[in-house]
Design a protein around this ligand. Sequence first.
Ligand SMILES: Nc1ncnc2c1ncn2[C@@H]1O[C@H](COP(=O)(O)OP(=O)(O)O)[C@@H](O)[C@H]1O
Ligand SMILES: [Mg+2]
Length: 219
Amino acid sequence: MLELRSVCKTWQPRRGEKRQLLREVNLRVQPGQTAAILGPSGSGKSTLLKIVAGLEPLDSGAVCLDGQDITGLPPEQRHFALMFQDFALFPHLNVQDNVAFGLVEQRIGKAEARAQAQDMLQRFGLQAFARSRVWQLSGGEQQRVALARALITRPRVLLLDEPFSALDAQLRVQLREEFRSHIAASQMAVLWVTHDEAEARAMGAVGLRMAQGALQPVW
Ligand SMILES: Nc1ncnc2c1ncn2[C@@H]1O[C@H](COP(=O)(O)OP(=O)(O)O)[C@@H](O)[C@H]1O
Ligand SMILES: [Mg+2]
């Protein structure tokens, strides 16, 4: 289980000035569960995901996984997967190598990584694009590649920050179903940040709204 305990975060717009962005964030997400996080722009949703990923320090509180405090653990040792809206694919690699990247990073042999990437591409209906450059793909296809890349390392936690915000409305609705089935097949705790309430309801068994630096339950 992923757990946030009283996470607080302030930042300094100017020297001597302090703004409280996250006042007291508490959250529990079970493996296999998706929590959708809504909230206006600037409310701290992305900052919260970065804190969970270990990319941004917190002022106080803790991030725990299965009861273990991992607040001090660097991002690469958390083995969490991130899919940020601006977390671009690698333009110099083809689709297959983009998907295999996380495995290569874990020092899994190239041949094995490629084989697993092939399986993943098959699951995602992307096998025809294996040798294409990512910039030759449509926006929706790129998001599929990004999810395949995120899932290949079998992360225990998946963090998505407005993953569909660059796509048109029709494609967003279509991808919801696809993403939901891929995510359901793995036992991850998922945090899905979006400002689209319909998307949040479709994806999140639990829905929360970031307001005044805390997460309020919505459903
Ligand atoms: N280290 C920082 N430096 C400057 N501004 C920051 C910093 N951390 C957070 N902020 C500000 O905090 C607010 C929250 O940002 P963010 O987490 O991106 O919100 P959201 O994802 O909900 O739109 C923004 O207004 C941003 O400018
Ligand atoms: Mg954001």
